[in-house]
Structure formats: structure tokens, C-alpha cells
Design a protein around this ligand. Sequence first.
Ligand code: SF4
Ligand code: SF4
Length: 382
Amino acid sequence: MNSHLKQINAQNNDADDDIDKAATRSRKKLIRRPGTKGGKLPWNSQQNAKTWRHVAQSVFVVINIYICVTFYIWVRFYETGGNSLYLERPAGIEGWLPIAGLMNLKYFLETWNIPPIHAASMLLLVAFLAMGLLLKKAFCSWLCPVGTLSEALGALGKKLFGRHFSPPRWLDIPLRSLKYLLLAFFLYLVVPMPVQAIQGFLMSPYGLIADVKMLNFFRNIGQVTLISVIVLTIGSLFVQNLWCRYLCPYGALIGLFSLFSPFKVRRNPDSCIDCGKCAKACPSRIPVDRLIQVRTVECTACMSCVESCPAKDTLVFSAFRPKGQPGATRSAGLSGMAIALILTLILGGTIGYAKLAGHWDTKLPEQFYQRLIPQSQMLGHP
Ligand code: SF4
Ligand code: SF4
């Protein structure tokens, strides 16, 4: 324990030396961020945005594990003809039905009626898009359990191999476009669908228990899917955020909305000492140290860059540019606590509205579930 602390202290001292050298090179006065050592805040500081993010990620993982386990128990109750434990269907499972959410959104935009089946999937999709509209792709790095798993695999890979591997730029750019191709494919399927066809699909036996079909997909995973999952898992050890960066269509859609986000990472070039720590810390490989504001769709508002900046009020996640010379800087950046609060308000507000308005639970008559769930393996796509 003591040797670990000594190692951290030594690393912080080295980092402080690097920061001093960068400040000397830049010929700018360095006013350090209060409370930092080696440019960083201690993990238990309530100002540390990364700690807030890790707390939000952990809470969301636990919630999702609870949802998945409860849903599985609910499905088993009907599969066993009522001879196993009964738990209420967790409505949060709708968050795992993005295609139904997209279909319902199209239905809603054309009819201005909240769809009768899987309405929560649409409301959750809207909540996640609203997060993108306000806070860049914060959903991806603060809440998404797949993003959390991807990040954890990347961290494990770094421990094992001592570094992350990144494809060269000529390969990285076309690979990044894959997620937009996947998104375009799903939009191509859903957007031209007439409202009657959407209703017909969602009211069909398959659509009514789309959540159970999704569970079956993972329970009876095909060889190709299994190989893909294994390849992605191993690949994520080498390439940071492999799935999110190259393949996730959900993240791609939120990214498009994030282009309109008023909050962005913004840099004050007058107090920046060009140490490059922000760019080095960025998991999305964004050259933060060379930008005045980070507009790109790749920014996930993870705050890693902001948390690694040693200069006070120089790099912030804000709606306005930080200004002023060293010693007289002004900024109004969002803290980690504020981001966590806004995300909670958006999600909590959406769930609260859905519950009050009666759109949260898709509750079919008991006999539907008793009849459909035991034969769900046989139900084909309409
Ligand atoms: S620019 Fe900053 S906030 Fe955005 S992804 Fe990179 S490190 Fe995270
Ligand atoms: S903005 Fe980036 S380059 Fe500038 S001082 Fe902060 S970490 Fe260093």
C-alpha cells in the first residue's frame, strides 16, 4: 500500500515537472487548478468529474443488471407455465429496444399520438437524444452499459499491454464511418415505413413480445454473432472503445444530435500552456490542445481532458468560451456533479412523465403473455 502511494507521489512529481517545463516553454504564467497534484484532482474530490462519471456508470450498470435479471425471471414464469418465481416485468427493458423506439418515434411524429405498445422505448430514445442535444454524447460515456464495458476492457488491455493501439489515420476514418452506415441501414428500414405498417408490426405477436425475442436472441446466440462478440471483446482490449468508435449506430445517432449541443469542451488559448495533456487523455483521440472548441461528433463529454488540464479555468465543458489572461481567467464550466444532475433530471423527468401519463408499462392482458411467451421461439418476423 505504502509503495503504491509512493509510486503515485513520484508520478505526480514527474507530472508537475513536465507541467512546469511546458509553462516555461510557452512563456505563459501558469496558475494551477486549485487542489490539483500533477495536474489532477484526487479521486475523492467532489470536483473530480471523472469520479462522478464512474459513479454514474456504476449505478447504471447495476440498474441494468437488475432490469435484465428481473426480466429473465418474468419470462421464465410464463415459460414454465407459472411454476417459477413471478416478478413484475421491468419497464426499463424497453431501453434495450432501440428499433422499436425508432419505429414508435416515426409513428409519433406522423400521428402525434403516443404509441400503445413499447411507448417507453420511444420515450427513452427521446431522453437519450435530448442528452445529446444538450451535453454532447454524454449518454455514451456516462450511462451506456455497453460503453462502460468497452471502457473497462480498454483499461484492462492497457494494464496488460501497457498501451492502447490505434489504427492509422487512413484506416481510422473509413472505420469510423461504419457506424453511420449501420445507422443509415436502420433509418432506411424504419423511416419509409408507413404508420399502418409500424402499427401492424408492433401489434403482431412478434412485435408485442419484441423484448422476449431480444432476450431469445442472446440466449440462442448464433455462431456468427458469437464470433463477432468474441472478436469485439478481444479487439476492445487493444483498441480503446472499439464498438463505440466504429460500430455503434445508437452512438452515431446521438452524435448527430450532439452537433447542436451548446455545451462543448472549450479552451482558453491565452492561459493554455500547450502541455498537450488534454489531447493525450482524450479516449476519442481528439486534438483538444489544438482546438478552441471541440465540435466533433466523437466527443463523449467524458471530461478526461478537462480533468487532466493543470491550468485554472483553461479547459472547461461550457456553453461559453473561457476568457482572460493567466491570473484573470473567467469561465463557467459544468462540474461533474452538474452533468450527473442534468442527466438524472432528463432521465428521471422522462420516466416520471411516462409513469404519470401511463406510458411507462406496456401491459398486455395476462392471457397474451401466457400464450405468446411459451411459443416465442417459433414466432417469426412478420
Ligand atoms: S474531447 Fe474531452 S470530453 Fe470529449 S471525448 Fe475527448 S476527453 Fe472526453
Ligand atoms: S488546455 Fe490542454 S494543452 Fe492547454 S494547458 Fe490545458 S491540458 Fe495543457
